[in-house]
Design a protein around this ligand. Structure first.
Ligand code: AOS
Ligand code: ZN
Ligand code: ZN
Ligand code: ZN
Length: 427
């Protein structure tokens, strides 16, 4: 199924009078602040966030899964779904694949389908946290860190195979997230596990094409509940530094213990030129299971404030980070959830663009916390939804993506086409 641009257009026509009114008011406010509205719109349109192929189905918990129906049954259908999201919001122009969940059968056909949907292939992801049916050795006790050299070799080879798939599709990076760790004190030798992980990653790094990047993701707990080998940004940074200049840390918002100052982590990594990728989500207690912006939009803004500062820093050697959503939730229609997530990301990004950086720097140099807070919160409290809507509208997408998605009864069509029991591969 594909969305009809004419249908989006006619629904936009209905939304237009109301949109115009709020956008004109906002534009005036922004112009008074010496902001160039067209430039802001351009930046919002340029900011593309990849959709992971595994987010198009309903996630589950270890207690149950309640698929909503019409989930994509193949890589082709996943690409089609991301294409529909992109048609609605013009902000999700890339897909991130997970091997072996998304092995491309006919590479040329897959590439053509992505192009037809306006999509690029973002980072490819390897999977050494599950055992596959035809796999010889088990990852039950780890993969790149395993005590058995044979298991490590198998896991390294899998990553090299993932790189080959990525090369065929035009990806330029590999994300490695490991479930490796231990669930009981004493179970694993911390030092040996980390050393083995580093050695295995070196082999993977050596197998990457010259123009590829390696992203090392960290996570403090889950699925292991005592220790994770790559538990935090420091460990990831240590590995990335020892691997070489094309290895970077990947920050997943949900992978921090409560109250961690993630914006500071972002600033530190960018200062070192080592922030490679980003996984967006939100959480109340831990992990990555809520829609972006559902819980802590101010924190998201503060993080973007650092990201924008880093990206605007002319001295910075940090490459432009790879942006991706990575949330797995149980209740919502995955497409609607992703539309909400993209909008939350665009809002936080745009708010960060409003920050008067010179004024903020002077407030900091003057040790004026009151004024510094005023500057940040003035940006955060500006309702930029009409600006985001205008950016979408000018790009030919929907003024109100979720409302269009519902009015066009997309889910109903998908259920008719794919059945009410279809389940996407993924978690
Ligand atoms: C797992 O918690 C990580 O966030 C991964 O980035 C990702 O969700 C995983 O690779 C998909 O299973
Ligand atoms: Zn992640
Ligand atoms: Zn995660
Ligand atoms: Zn999770």
């Amino acid at each position: 199924m594909q969305l009809d641009k004419n249908q989006i257009k006619s629904l936009n026509d209905q939304a237009l009078p109301d949109h115009r009114e709020s956008f004109e008011y906002l534009s005036q406010r922004l112009i008074h602040q010496n902001l160039e509205v067209e430039k802001l719109i351009q930046k919002i349109q340029d900011f593309q966030v990849a959709i992971p192929s595994w987010a198009l189905g309903t996630g589950g918990t270890r207690f149950g899964r309640f698929p909503g129906g019409g989930e994509p049954r193949s890589l082709e259908e996943k690409i089609t779904d991301v294409g529909m999201l992109h048609a609605l919001n013009a902000g999700s122009g890339a897909i991130s694949l997970h091997i072996p969940w998304d092995i491309p059968g006919n590479v040329e056909k897959i590439k053509a389908l992505a192009t037809a949907n306006g999509l690029l292939f973002d980072a490819v992801n390897s999977n050494t946290f599950q055992d596959q049916p035809e796999q010889e050795l088990s990852y039950k006790f780890g993969s790149l860190c395993h005590t058995d050299a044979g298991v490590r070799k198998q896991a390294v080879n899998h990553n090299l195979e993932v790189i080959r798939y990525g090369e065929m599709l035009g990806s330029k990076s590999l994300t490695v997230w490991l479930a490796d760790g231990s669930s009981f004190p004493g179970q694993m030798n911390f030092r040996k596990a980390l050393q083995r992980t580093l050695d295995s990653l070196k082999e993977i790094y050596a197998g990457m094409p010259e123009d590829w990047k390696l992203f090392v993701e960290y996570k403090p707990f889950e699925p292991n509940f005592y220790h994770t080998v790559i538990q935090d940004w420091g460990t990831s940074h240590l590995l990335a530094s020892q691997l070489g200049e094309r290895a970077f840390t990947l920050v997943d918002l949900g992978h921090h213990l409560p109250n961690t100052n993630i914006e500071q982590i972002v600033a530190t990594l960018m200062m070192q030129g080592k922030l490679g990728g980003f996984h967006f989500n939100d959480s109340k207690f831990g992990d990555d299971d809520l829609t972006v912006g559902a819980m802590k939009p101010y924190q998201l803004f503060l993080i973007f404030n650092e990201l924008v500062a880093g990206m605007e820093d002319k001295q910075s050697t940090n490459p432009s980070p790879a942006w991706m959503i990575d949330a797995s939730h149980n209740l919502k229609d995955p497409m609607e959830d992703l539309l909400q997530s993209i909008e939350a990301i665009q809002l936080a990004y745009a708010q960060a663009l409003l920050v008067d950086r010179d004024a903020l720097e002077s407030a900091r140099e003057d040790n004026d916390p009151v004024f510094a807070q005023e500057i940040l919160q003035a940006a955060f409290r500006t309702d930029l939804r009409p600006l985001i809507a205008e950016a979408r509208f000018q790009a030919g997408a929907a003024i109100q993506p979720i409302s269009v998605y519902r009015k066009l009864e997309v889910r109903k069509q998908l259920v008719l086409e794919r059945g009410s029991k279809s389940q996407a591969t993924g978690l």
